[in-house]
Design a protein around this ligand. Structure first.
Ligand code: IPE
Ligand code: IPE
Ligand code: MG
Length: 243
C-alpha cells in the first residue's frame, strides 16, 4: 500500500467534542492532546517521514482571551511532558508560525525542544502555532523582495524554488495527504502554497476521537487515489513532479 511521505492535519472539532459531552471547550483541547500522542505514535510506527499538525491559526488569536491563554498553557505543558519521549523516538520537532506573538516563556521552551531534537533522524514533526498560510507566503515575499532590493537577486531570476526555500516547510516534501477532522471542508488558511497537489481527506470525526484506526482509514483513502499532477492517467510518479 503506498504511504504518504508527509501528512498534514487540521485538528478541528475539540470544542464540539466537549460540548457534546456537556463539558467546557478546554476539556476538548485537553482531550486533543491524547489524540496528538496517538497520531504521532502511529506515524512513527509506520515510518512516515513528516507530520505537520495545525494547532493554532493566525485567526485563532481572535478567540476569547481565556481560551487563547488556556491553549498557550496547554502547548507549553504538553511540550514539557512529551519532549523526552519524542526525543527517545528520534522525532525532530519544529514549530512553524509567527512565534514572536507567543509569550517569551513559551518561545524559549520551544527553542529548547527544537535544539534538543534538531539532530534526530526519525519523524519530522512540525507543529503549526500562530500559523497562517498567507502569513507564511507574505513573509517569503518580503524576504525575497529584500534580497532583490539589495541586488542579491534579480526579480526575473526568481523561481518556485526560491519561494519554497523561504517558506516555513522548506526542506520537506510537500504534504501528500491532508486530513481535516471535525466535518468542515475548508483549508482555514493552513499551508496554502504546499497543498497545491495534496490529496484532501475530510472526516466528520472530531479531533479528540481521532485514533490509529481513524488514521488507517485516511491512509486507505490515500492509497486509493491516482495522483496525476496534471498528466494523463498512469503517467505520474508518486511524489510531486514539476513541469
Ligand atoms: C480545534 O478545535 C483546535 C483549535 C482551533 C485551537 P476547535 O477549538 O476549533 O473546535 P470546534 O471547531 O469549535 O469544535
Ligand atoms: C482551524 O480550525 C485551525 C486549527 C485547527 C488550528 P478553526 O476552527 O480555527 O477553523 P474555522 O474557523 O472553522 O475555519
Ligand atoms: Mg474549529
Amino acid at each position: 500500500m503506498p504511504l504518504p511521505r508527509h501528512i498534514a492535519i487540521i485538528m478541528d472539532g475539540n470544542g464540539r467534542w466537549a460540548a457534546a459531552r456537556g463539558l467546557a471547550r478546554h476539556a476538548g483541547h485537553d482531550a486533543g492532546i491524547t489524540a496528538v500522542r496517538a497520531c504521532v505514535e502511529a506515524c512513527i510506527a509506520k515510518r512516515i517521514e513528516a507530520l505537520t499538525l495545525f494547532a493554532f491559526s493566525s485567526e485563532n488569536w481572535l478567540r476569547p482571551g481565556e481560551e487563547v491563554a488556556r491553549l498557550m498553557g496547554l502547548f507549553g505543558d504538553a511540550l514539557d511532558r512529551e519532549i523526552a519521549n519524542l526525543h527517545e523516538n528520534r522525532v525532530r520537532l519544529r514549530f512553524i508560525g509567527e512565534r514572536g506573538r507567543l509569550t517569551v516563556r513559551l518561545q524559549s521552551r520551544i527553542a529548547a525542544a527544537e535544539a534538543k531534537t534538531a539532530d534526530n533522524d526519525g519523524l519530522a514533526l512540525q507543529v503549526a502555532v500562530s500559523y497562517g498560510g498567507r502569513w507564511d507566503i507574505l513573509k517569503a515575499v518580503q524576504r525575497l523582495a529584500a534580497q532583490c532590493a539589495e541586488g542579491a537577486l534579480q526579480p526575473r531570476e526568481l523561481t518556485e524554488g526560491h519561494v519554497e526555500a523561504a517558506l516555513e516547510l522548506s526542506g520537506l516534501p510537500d504534504p501528500d495527504l491532508f486530513i481535516r477532522t471535525g466535518g468542515e471542508r475548508r483549508i482555514s488558511n493552513f499551508l496554502l502554497w504546499n497543498l497545491a497537489y495534496t490529496e484532501l481527506y475530510f472526516t466528520d470525526r472530531n479531533w479528540p476521537d481521532f485514533d490509529a484506526a481513524a488514521l488507517d482509514e485516511a491512509l486507505e483513502f490515500f492509497a486509493g487515489r491516482e495522483r496525476r499532477f496534471g498528466r494523463l492517467a498512469g503517467a505520474a510518479p508518486r511524489s510531486t513532479v514539476r513541469a
